[in-house]
Design a protein around this ligand. Structure first.
Ligand SMILES: Nc1nc2c(ncn2[C@@H]2O[C@H](COP(=O)(O)OP(=O)(O)OP(=O)(O)O)[C@@H](O)[C@H]2O)c(=O)[nH]1
Length: 258
């Protein structure tokens, strides 16, 4: 079981054991057509897709550098046909959630509320919690806007989650920032969860030990086997490349990338 964010930390008494390399599993949720796949592919390839197979659910992996720390980011691009159903396939797997609606589609915003109502009670009870980011996508469609930024901010505040408005077809840095912010929030939650574990001082005072760790949810289990999921790996490491767009081994017939 790999633990989240294995930056070893020593203090004068207790050394937290070196963990394995950090990993972060991000699950992208939202209504059909809200832009989940486009945002995912933009983050992984810097390119905007225009066509996709709406019934396919894929999980991608990318080596990222977030705040000078390497992290293996896995992104599950879900494809729920009718809103939050069959959620157990990703709830335990997730380190963080991106819940996406389209600002030009009020119905997609209402479906996001259903996702937040389903995911929040589950994550709030976890150690560490899996943070949630609410995303208003297609901000380039301002002239067709049906959901105000204030509505988005209000919904995010109601569920205690971070809020951004983005566009998968505009600049890459704003999309990358959202995914990296999800990693940062998951990292902070993991550190906070470690920090609140009580210390026990043994009788002879010579050693101090951390209480046995609460069963941290493994941030990466065997991927669930959704009927159509394909695990696709980003070929080149973004951490090492000179910001080259990694080649993503997408099955080209499913995405028309231009
Ligand atoms: N204008 C604009 N169009 C977008 C944006 N993001 C996605 N689209 C378009 O919206 C449509 C749906 O995008 P997808 O990324 O496939 O949406 P999805 O949420 O993955 O849809 P499902 O796979 O059916 O769940 C496609 O035609 C995209 O080209 C955006 O930021 N701006």
């Amino acid at each position: 079981m790999s633990l989240m964010f294995g930056k070893a930390r020593t203090c004068n008494i207790v050394t937290i054991p070196e963990h394995e390399p950090a990993e972060c599993n991000i699950v992208v949720l939202g209504a059909i057509g809200s832009g989940k796949s486009a945002l995912t592919v933009k983050f992984l390839t810097k390119r905007f897709i225009s066509e996709y197979d709406p019934n396919l659910e894929d999980t991608y992996s990318s080596e990222e550098m977030v705040d000078q720390q390497p992290v293996q980011v896995r992104v599950m691009d879900t494809a729920d046909q009718d809103g939050p159903v069959n959620c157990e396939r990703y709830l335990a797997w997730a380190s963080a959630f991106l819940v996406v609606y389209s600002i030009d589609n009020k119905c997609s915003f209402e479906i996001c509320q259903q996702y937040l109502e389903m995911v929040t009670p589950y994550t709030k009870g976890l150690q560490p919690e899996s943070p949630i980011i609410l995303l208003g996508n297609k901000v380039d469609m301002e002239r067709y806007r049906q959901v105000s930024q204030t509505d988005g901010e209000t919904l995010a505040a109601r569920f205690g989650c971070t809020f951004f408005e983005v566009s998968a077809c505009l600049d890459f840095p704003s999309v990358q920032h959202v995914f990296h912010e999800a990693v940062r929030e998951a990292r902070r939650e993991a550190e906070r969860s470690l920090a609140v574990r009580p210390l026990y001082i043994s009788e002879d005072k010579s050693t101090v030990s951390l209480s046995p760790a609460p069963p941290l949810l493994p941030c990466y289990k065997e991927l669930p086997t959704p009927t159509t999921a394909k695990v696709v790996t980003v070929k080149s490491s973004r951490a090492q490349s000179k910001r080259r767009a990694p080649t993503l081994t997408l099955l080209k017939d499913r995405f028309k990338i231009f």
